[in-house]
Design a protein around this ligand. Structure first.
Ligand code: PLP
Length: 434
């Protein structure tokens, strides 16, 4: 299997190189040249999620150095459960795919852990330590810090917008120390992202250190996300003989793209419905055919505050015609008022607390045409509600129990540096510590 750039078919590399590079040299995103047709009947015997991951991803690593250590990497990465919980009392058959049982309580742990497990094993020509820069709006930074913390070949520098993440997200970003440095930037997420991009093209930094990025455009973060869609769809379609439909909270389109890829590979997945927050670039495009990226607006589902989703480039590469694409996906925007109302109403109805992101999917489910409730649906739960207790608890009028992994991180002291949104400040941190 070769991976080509979305912008230039003549540039193609193997999986290990695509993961090590992150972005293609022409600025495009790596995509599999052709998605493999998977023999899903063979997946039945997979004993564990790690086994299923290794079996399912094997064709994606074929002919590459990664093929040799794929089982080790998936064993390292997929070391926490992905429960599929039936929600009784809903309008129809409904399950919740809980992706928040990893170390930082959001689905970003899958991609971050597989990326770390892969980079640890991909041979590098450069003997210098790797420095991973990551700009985060909240969840990615914690997942990447957790996945790379304590690995002796790498340093991590996390940049987040000071005051614009939840209190517990901030704790998760700043609790690491060791090979992880956390920068609270006096600016926005866009400033953080700009500083990272500037650092990559800064000659002074390039000369002295080996920089890499762990943001969501890396194909090594997308592939592992296909695995939980495989597990859930196989489990449910074996139960009732019909491919289940999925509703996915969506920001940068990484999680949703993984579901589309899984369906293209032959997994029994029915409709894929995207739930956006007030940042409606994707729903507008699917409705009108006009691609109008815009500046993001702040919402309660902050990890989905994306006005120009980068993975759209991969989706449009796969389905170049708008009609083709809009026939395969639908999307709906959800307002903050709807998020609040859904958290309140569903807690009262099911005793189930949603995080604000998952609430967008739950809201879309409630708004489906009534006849569609007879089909089997899966809500994709992207984060644990305890991570957003400042939003969720006042709405449901009670405290959300904190999962043990998150509780352990919240106990740790915070170590972070506040910086201005300037490249000089980042440069100073990077060079001062090497
Ligand atoms: C990142 C994130 C999302 C959005 O996922 P994309 O892959 O960017 O579409 C949704 N919910 C939570 C909790 C997240 O952290």
């Amino acid at each position: 299997m070769r991976y080509q750039s979305t912008r230039d078919a003549s540039h193609a590399v193997g999986l290990g190189a695509a993961i090590a590079r992150g972005l293609a040299p022409d600025g495009g995103l790596y995509v599999p040249e052709a998605l493999p047709a998977l023999d899903v009947s063979g997946f039945a015997g997979s004993a564990s999620l790690a086994d299923l991951a290794s079996q399912m991803l094997r064709p994606f690593a074929e002919g590459d150095v990664m093929a040799g250590f794929l089982p080790a990497a998936t064993g390292d990465a997929f070391n926490f459960p992905v429960p599929l919980v039936e929600l009784r009392g809903a309008q129809g058959p409904l399950s919740v795919l809980e992706l928040f049982h990893g170390p930082t309580a959001a689905f970003k742990d899958f991609g971050a852990r597989f990326l770390a497990a892969s980079l640890e094993r991909i041979p590098r020509n450069d003997a210098r330590r790797l420095t991973i820069l990551v700009a985060t709006s909240g969840d990615t930074g914690g997942a990447v810090a957790s996945a790379f913390h304590g690995r002796p070949w790498v340093d991590v520098v996390v940049l987040y917008p000071r005051g614009l993440v939840s209190a517990r997200q901030e704790k998760q970003l700043a609790c690491w120390g060791g090979n992880v440095r956390t920068l609270a930037v006096n600016g926005t997420f866009d400033d953080c992202q700009r500083m990272v991009k500037e650092a990559f093209v800064d000659p002074a930094l390039a000369a002295g250190m080996q920089l890499s990025s762990a943001n969501s455009i890396n194909v090594g973060r997308l592939l592992p996300q296909m695995v939980y869609y495989a597990k859930a769809s196989l489990e449910l379609s074996r139960q009732d003989g019909r491919p289940p439909n999925f509703i996915i909270p969506t920001g940068n389109l990484g999680n949703a793209l993984a579901c589309v890829w899984a369906r293209e590979c032959g997994l029994p997945i029915g409709d894929i419905v995207l739930a956006s927050n007030a940042n409606a670039t994707v729903p507008d495009f699917l409705q009108t055919g006009e691609w109008r990226p815009r500046a993001s607006v702040a919402t309660l589902a902050s990890a989905m505050d994306v006005g120009n989703p980068s993975n759209m480039e991969r989706l449009r590469w796969l389905f170049p015609g708008w009609q083709d694409l809009s026939g395969r996906l639908s999307a709906r925007p959800v307002s903050d008022d709807e998020i609040r109302a859904t958290i309140q109403r569903d807690y009262a109805a099911f005793g189930h607390a949603w995080c604000p992101h998952t609430a967008t999917a739950a809201c879309v489910y409630r708004g489906l045409e009534p006849r569609r409730h007879s089909e089997r649906w899966v809500l994709v739960a992207t984060a644990h509600p305890a991570k957003f207790n400042d939003i969720v608890e006042p709405l449901i009028g009670t405290t959300v129990p904190v999962p043990p992994a998150l509780a352990a991180l919240l106990e740790l002291p915070s170590v972070q540096t506040t910086v201005e949104p300037r490249l000089e400040d980042l440069r100073h941190v990077l060079t001062g510590a090497t």
